[in-house]
Design a protein around this ligand. Structure first.
Ligand code: FMN
Length: 201
């Protein structure tokens, strides 16, 4: 039986989604997948990044150490876990720009049956976690992807706040996560890999 190829594709300004993505990478390996962790490229100018010390610190810490995502990663993967922060209830521009590069793959039907699942964060508990995931998943419907949302398939989902669309977390002003969502991330990854196995063999 071939191993599931899992891409963990994230964007993060201040580190939250990087942490979620790192847990996902670790769990993907644990679940027996071949895993790539890749970072959606930053598009903001340095003047903007420098306005926020946490953003600057995180940008400098990851810009050379985490490989940049390309659409080849989407082509390569059987399954993709995305982790993206909310921007006014929607996906960050950096993420939209990345996804919009996938038109060629989409046109060739290469995104059909990708098993996908997404995670998010916001500053407020009701700050747009659910709408961000739903807005993001619209693109997945157009791909013909299989969305392996967590639903309420494990107690870990309740512990994260019960978002059935994907693990979500709120962060305080210092960038600390307010809920303990690690188990929820791990469950979401296990479920995504498990669903993907049914499509590749
Ligand atoms: C332009 C912008 C818009 C944002 N909009 C919201 C929002 O509507 N609601 C909210 O709770 N947080 C909002 N946030 C906070 C981010 O979602 C939060 O900083 C992010 O989830 C942290 O993830 P990261 O550390 O991976 O960057 C916004 C942040 C920015 C920069």
């Amino acid at each position: 039986m071939a191993n599931v190829k899992l891409a963990v594709v994230y964007y993060s300004s201040t580190g939250t989604n990087y942490q979620l993505a790192q847990w996902a990478e670790e769990q993907g390996k644990e679940a027996g997948a071949e895993v790539k962790l890749v970072r959606i490229p930053e598009l903001a100018p340095m003047e903007a990044i420098e306005q926020n010390p946490q953003w600057k610190e995180h940008y400098l810490a990851t810009k050379d150490s985490v490989p940049e995502a390309t659409i080849n990663d989407l082509d390569w993967a059987d399954a993709v876990i995305f982790s993206i922060p909310t921007r006014f209830g929607n996906v960050p521009g950096q993420v939209k720009q990345f996804m919009d590069q996938a038109g060629g793959l989409w046109f060739q039907g290469k995104l059909v049956n990708k098993v996908v699942s997404a995670m998010t964060s916001a500053q407020n508990v009701h700050g747009g976690q659910e709408s961000t995931l739903l807005n993001f998943y619209t693109t997945m419907f157009h791909w013909g992807a299989i969305i392996a949302a967590p639903g309420y398939t494990d107690d870990a989902v309740f512990a994260t706040g019960g978002n059935p669309y994907g693990t979500s977390v709120s962060v305080d002003g210092e960038g600390n996560m307010k809920e303990d969502v690690e188990a929820g991330v791990r469950h979401q990854v296990n479920r995504t890999v498990d669903v993907a196995k049914r499509f590749i063999n």
